[in-house]
Design a protein around this ligand. Sequence first.
Ligand code: DX5
Ligand code: ZN
Length: 219
Amino acid sequence: MTKTLIAPSILAADFANLQRDIEMINSSTADWFHIDIMDGVFVPNISFGMPVLDAIVKHARKTIDVHLMIVDPDRYVKTFADLGAHNLTVHYEACTHLHRTLQAIRAEGMKAGVAVNPHTNIDLLEDTINDIDLVCLMSVNPGFGGQSFIENTYAKISKLKEMITRKGAATLIEIDGGVTDKNAKQLVDAGADVLVAGNFVFRSENPTQTIADLRRLLD
Ligand code: DX5
Ligand code: ZN
């Protein structure tokens, strides 16, 4: 069994102490930095943009996993590559020519991710799954941290896992939204490879310890 990856979401960090929170993740047992970029159009919220990502990348020493919640993401593929993103995830619902977008992301040397909203049937990924390095299953409606987990996600994970195996793809399954120590094990048992956690990590008393405890729970 491969190791489950833990990706704390910077959206829940203290932006006035961003360097401190980045160093916390650097020295923790977490694996990735999950970075949520929101444009106020695709989702009803605006998070932060390029200058903040640039500052994060300067200090972060782990994989930079960028989750774009923006319309027409093709416009920014090169920009995010230049900024230092390792994974670039676009929303299925925001791409008219998804296959072309995935090719553009890989051509820039990044891993290509596709995020799917809770209402989107993952059967729609059947024809592109071999071109996708990472599927980000939204387990909340995108736009905000701290929402509660949607239970239907378990069924989606199993279905997606079956598709990936059947198609001989190497796609990772990432779960984003409402992840806690209460659902983490069940998510991994269902087939999740990467767990994003925002509020669960950053609102805890000791985030480093919370990440270590989550790691222990999953190993
Ligand atoms: C939601 C974002 C998530 C969010 C997760 O739109 O994509 O990555 O930061 O936060 P929690 O873990 O608090 O639900
Ligand atoms: Zn996210």
